[in-house]
Design a binder for this molecule. Sequence first.
Ligand code: IPD
Length: 268
Amino acid sequence: PAADPRALAELAERTAAEAGRVAAEGQEGIGVLDTKSTPTDVVTEMDRRVEELVRKRLLEVRPGDAVLGEEGGEEAGSAGGVRWIVDPIDGTVNYLYGREEWAVSIAAEVDGEVVAGAVVAPRLGDTYTAVLGAGAFCNGAPLRAGPAPAPELALVATGFGYDPRRRAHQAEVLRSVLPRVRDIRRGGSAAIDICSLARGRADAYYERGLNPWDWAAACLVAREAGLRVEGLHGAPPSSDLTIAAGPGLFESLHAMLEPLGADTDGPA
Ligand code: IPD
């Protein structure tokens, strides 16, 4: 079927809402099922179950689409179709600890560009949606980011990878950033952190090591709300480094992070 971005956004939202309900019902008493890159990079039973549910629902409606998911990897689709990018639970560590900041994130990509997305955080009661060129919404209300403050007055959110060497360098970068900004937040869900910039819950976000499923939907929400989301030197957001902020603050943060080697894991 032809890919109407609004229809894709509705499907993403509906599917993320159902997946979020299932995950919320199963949060209490959840334990670690498996680990990935390190012993602290965990997978719960719910990450897998929710991703399977999301894949099933998307392909029921749009058989032949491709799906890239955090847990199940890439499933090829037919040529020219939509590629869905899915994080069943972004904020898995929060989820494991019974905290509320986690979300189901679903983005629809057409010809390499994300055209629709939904980030649903059931325990916060927040649903973010966006359609390329047609705006971003939180719980149905349009999102428009306000003017960005000067860096010394900015609340800057960030996140850390799981690899110890990367984390050690991220701590070094943070050591330089912290005295130059209002304060730092580490919310534990990049998708929520990036979406909620548009509501003024923080002024900027940066992280090295994010994966497409962490930022694909949130990046469209933030951009459609008027924020810049990029890597260094105009590169697209990537696992090297992703920076999100309003115009002005974005450039200041870029100028702060680049000389610190925030896009590297530090000296070998
Ligand atoms: C993680 C979260 C976290 C970020 C990590 C991600 P996950 O995703 O988005 O905020 O700092 O880099 O891996 O593993 O909970 O889906």
